[in-house]
Design a protein around this ligand. Structure first.
Ligand code: FS2
Ligand code: SF4
Length: 522
């Protein structure tokens, strides 16, 4: 196998043995390469034609399936491969590709390192975009440009004659289209569930049966809330589901009680001895330990051999039965975040922040707010990730910290006080809510009559998987410079591509919180 798509790639290079650091086995990795080969074939089959709705759907599902910590299940991947083959046969059965042999690693992994790097940025970025497009699609939202980029992007990967100058514009186009995709998902979520409002979320688990729901899919949460109504079962969010508490139509369910646990990489410890089932609607699923394997359920494209999968009928009866059987805690169980806080806050999306734009602008003009930081992105297991906690703790009191995605669990239970009547730490939501951060940055730049790069704003980002890749591409496509990125740089960025990013966008790897803060605030 060969896989270097995430931040925990073995030795910061690639996972190449019998299994990846994430627990993905060699046979699954090779099947994911086969699936990718078929998806490239489907894209080539549609060259010059508009893809059908069913081809777009299978494309989105196929790409999402290969995101880190989504599918560990060979049977499920084989079914998706068959579906892609059927779509391809329906449009052009005679497509020939130079992508390597089925059952072997993709040929892409062994081409010239700069070409491999750019094609990887396209492919991995598209995997991230597909995850967002998937969540929008389940709510009935689609966009022609978003649908098209999966096909044009994969066709660029299929080209054996493409050089750096051909591929760089495609890389940027993936970033541009991802902005449209995140905007579409924002609209899907807010049209359906209302505009998020600031909300305090308890971390205490109340006594009695409960279900923990993880991942990014709000529609799954909604359906679970409906099916558990008046059944004496409480619902707790986990990981990227936390921001759901801020959406008025989800918040309205009295049995949506609070949040359980922290970021994904702590699940093997946190789910041990949990007297409740856990439902995964997206990544990040880790291989379950025997001690809690019988309590983990998957749905959508998430799959793990031996776990019960909830199919498209969304009948959560097995999860509900399990919750009643396990019974939950006998007494309320007080829990805390990583830093000992008993509650966390969320709900500071663009709707809320822009509604107080006047206050924010006045506070900047009066000198009360000196700098904004966006400290966001994915969490992960590496010890160097303490950087982000320390960074936030060390920011001066006249600065505001916006955050999003699961990296926030490192510091979201800290009480950093208020500034100009607003909390200093504001959670904008999931990783896809990077859209909110962009909206706020653009609005501030307009208010101050300057460019986004001239604002007293610094992005300090953490990455782990492929959604972080597409978000980074969006920021670059918007021309946003001076980003700090960690905890390590992606293995798929070759030295020449890195030089390009440094020269054109001044991307810096994170160093120490003290050094970086000194540089930023000088
Ligand atoms: Fe965190 Fe995992 Fe949001 Fe990522 S829960 S690393 O999927 O997409 O963020
Ligand atoms: Fe390794 Fe990450 Fe690939 Fe898993 S997804 S095999 S950890 S590079």
């Amino acid at each position: 196998m060969f896989c270097f798509q995430c931040e925990q790639a073995a030795g910061c290079k690639a996972c190449t043995g019998k299994a990846g650091v994430c627990g993905k086995t060699e046979d699954v990795a090779l099947l994911q390469d086969d699936l990718t080969r078929e998806l490239i074939g489907l894209a080539v089959a549609y060259d010059g034609k508009t893809p059908s709705k069913s081809a777009v759907k299978v494309m989105i599902e196929g790409l999402f399936t290969t995101v880190t910590n989504v599918s560990f299940d060979a049977d499920a991947i084989n079914k998706t491969i068959d579906a892609v083959k059927a779509e391809k046969a329906a449009v052009n059965p005679s497509v020939r590709l130079d992508c390597g042999t089925p059952g072997e690693p993709l040929k892409l992994w062994s081409v010239d390192e700069d070409i491999r790097s750019l094609k990887s940025l396209i492919l991995l970025g598209l995997r991230g975009v597909a995850a967002y497009a998937y969540h929008a699609l389940v709510l009935g939202y689609a966009n022609d440009d978003v649908d098209a980029i999966f096909f044009t992007g994969l066709r660029a990967i299929a080209r054996t004659d493409a050089g750096m100058n051909d591929l760089l514009p495609v890389v940027m186009e993936v970033g541009n289209v991802n902005l449209k995709c995140m905007e579409m998902l924002d609209k899907a979520n807010t049209d359906t569930y209302g505009t998020p409002v600031p909300t305090t979320v308890p971390l205490t688990i109340e006594k009695g049966p409960f279900i923990v729901i993880s991942g990014h899919d709000l529609y799954d949460l909604y359906q679970l809330l409906e099916q558990t109504k008046d059944k004496g079962i409480n619902i707790y969010t986990h990981g990227e589901m936390l921001p759901a508490h801020a959406y008025p139509k989800l918040k309205a369910y009295p049995h949506l009680k609070g949040n359980f646990g922290t970021a994904w990489q702590n699940q093997q410890k946190e789910f041990d001895n949990l007297p409740a089932p856990v439902l995964f609607t997206t990544n990040c699923l880790m291989p379950p330990k025997d001690s809690y394997r019988d309590r983990v359920y998957t749905t959508e494209v998430v799959a793990y051999p031996g776990l019960v999968h909830i199919g498209d009928d969304k009948d959560f009866t097995p999860v509900i039965k399990k919750a009643l059987e396990l019974g939950g805690y006998k007494e309320d169980k007080a829990m805390t975040g990583i830093n000992g806080g008993a509650t966390v806050m969320t709900g500071f999306g663009h709707g809320t922040v822009l509604s107080v734009a006047g206050t924010v602008i006045d506070a900047v003009k009066a000198g009360a707010i000196k700098h904004f930081f966006l400290v966001g992105g994915c969490d992960g297991a590496k010890p160097g990730r303490n950087y982000y906690t320390e960074f936030v703790q060390k920011t001066p009191e006249d600065t505001v910290i916006l955050t999003l995605a699961c990296g926030k669990y490192r510091f979201n239970d800290l009480d950093l006080g208020t500034i100009g009547g607003l909390p200093r730490l504001m959670d904008m939501g999931q990783c896809n809510d990077a859209y909110s951060a962009i909206r706020v940055a653009v609005a501030l730049a307009e208010a101050f009559g300057c460019g986004v790069n001239d604002l007293p704003l610094t992005l300090v980002l953490s990455w782990y998987e492929q959604k972080a890749v597409c978000i980074l591409l969006t920021l670059l496509a918007l021309g946003i410079k001076n980003i700090y990125l960690g905890p390590t740089l992606p293995a798929f960025v070759s030295p020449n591509v890195l030089n390009f990013l440094v020269e054109n966008f001044n991307i810096s790897p994170v160093s120490t919180p003290d050094e970086d803060l000194k540089k930023i605030l000088k």
